[in-house]
Design a protein around this ligand. Structure first.
Ligand SMILES: Nc1nc2c(ncn2[C@@H]2O[C@H](COP(=O)(O)OP(=O)(O)OP(=O)(O)O)[C@@H](O)[C@H]2O)c(=O)[nH]1
Ligand SMILES: [Mg+2]
Length: 290
């Protein structure tokens, strides 16, 4: 069959493959959420409905895409991590990013009325941008995740103090900003405690730590395995038997996707959950709640 004379345009398509054997992180971020949060009167500094909605959308994305091993969210952003052996869409960046962004946005709008039952959405509707970055080693990936959680902590401590000064201290935003300029974490903790009787440690974990979404299995006693080193040494995709791949797929589909607010900077989180880095489904607890 002769091709049509138009078909040459296909040659304009350029490859956009992400580097093989690297961890793919897709980070999405709410577009213009400063304005959006004012329009829907999100409470300051944290609106639990808005965070729960972000988490519900992220959980749906992780559930629909078993290639995602873990996701981390704070404020209007979410990072989705694909295992380094992932071959989804032949690792084409635009296909992976656009799938995450559209699936997340669709669920965000779908679940809106669950979390904001009295406030219907109106245009401009919420939307998200997205980008993919490849991290070559477990250490790079861990540092990326730590960076986002450290950012969450720094911003939340600042915002909690800033809004306490305004809402309870009765000063205006400019004065509050001046007062906090150059302060260290200890100073902010002290302001919260001495002026407002707030112990920052007792603030909800979802605000202090952000949210982690992953498939849950039985925790492993740390120290028995060095998953990170093993995974880093893996130079290319391990050839899995079709049978094993099917088994893993079933196990993943059965596993419960959970939303937690844990410390992901320390080793413990990763040591207890070797399946997050190894991509081998863990044991037990594979009871999916409906
Ligand atoms: N009040 C309130 N605002 C929030 C909350 N979560 C996110 N936001 C808002 O979302 C913004 C997120 O920051 P950015 O992503 O840097 O700002 P943006 O306006 O979304 O701008 P672009 O991402 O560049 O489009 C924050 O500055 C807040 O204004 C919340 O729980 N409560
Ligand atoms: Mg934003």
């Amino acid at each position: 069959m002769a091709n049509s004379k138009f078909e040459y345009v296909k040659n304009f398509e350029q490859p956009d493959k992400l580097l093989p054997n690297t961890w793919i992180v897709v980070r999405i971020d709410g577009r213009g959420f400063t304005k959006f949060s004012t329009k829907y009167t999100f409470s300051k500094p944290n609106d639990i409905r808005a965070l729960d909605l972000m988490n519900a959308a992220a959980k749906a994305v992780v559930t629909e895409l078993p290639e995602i091993t873990i996701a981390y969210g704070v404020s209007d952003e979410y990072s989705f991590v694909f295992h380094k052996t992932c071959s989804l869409f032949e690792r084409r960046s635009s296909k992976i990013v656009s799938t995450i962004v559209s699936t997340f946005t669709a669920y965000y709008i779908h679940y809106w009325s669950t979390y904001f039952p009295d406030t219907p959405l109106s245009p401009p509707l919420p939307s998200f941008d997205g980008r993919a970055v490849c991290y070559p080693s477990v250490q790079n990936l861990r540092d990326y995740m730590s960076w986002r959680q450290a950012d969450c902590h720094i911003n939340n401590l600042y915002n909690t103090t800033f809004w306490a000064l305004i809402q309870q201290g009765g000063i205006d935003a400019l004065e509050a900003e001046k007062m906090l300029k150059g302060t260290l974490a200890a100073d902010k903790n002290e302001i919260l405690w001495s002026k407002f009787n707030i112990n920052y440690n007792n603030e909800p974990a979802i605000y202090k730590k952000g949210s982690v979404v992953f498939r849950d299995y039985e925790l492993v006693q740390p120290g028995t395995h060095n998953t990170a080193a093993e995974v880093d040494q893996q130079a290319e995709q391990v050839q899995q038997s079709k049978n094993q791949a099917e088994k893993d797929k079933k196990s993943r589909a059965k596993a419960q996707v959970v939303i937690e607010h844990l410390d992901i900077i320390k080793d413990e989180f990763w040591d207890q959950r070797p399946w997050l880095l190894s991509n081998k489904p863990g044991k037990g607890k594979a009871l999916k709640q409906t």
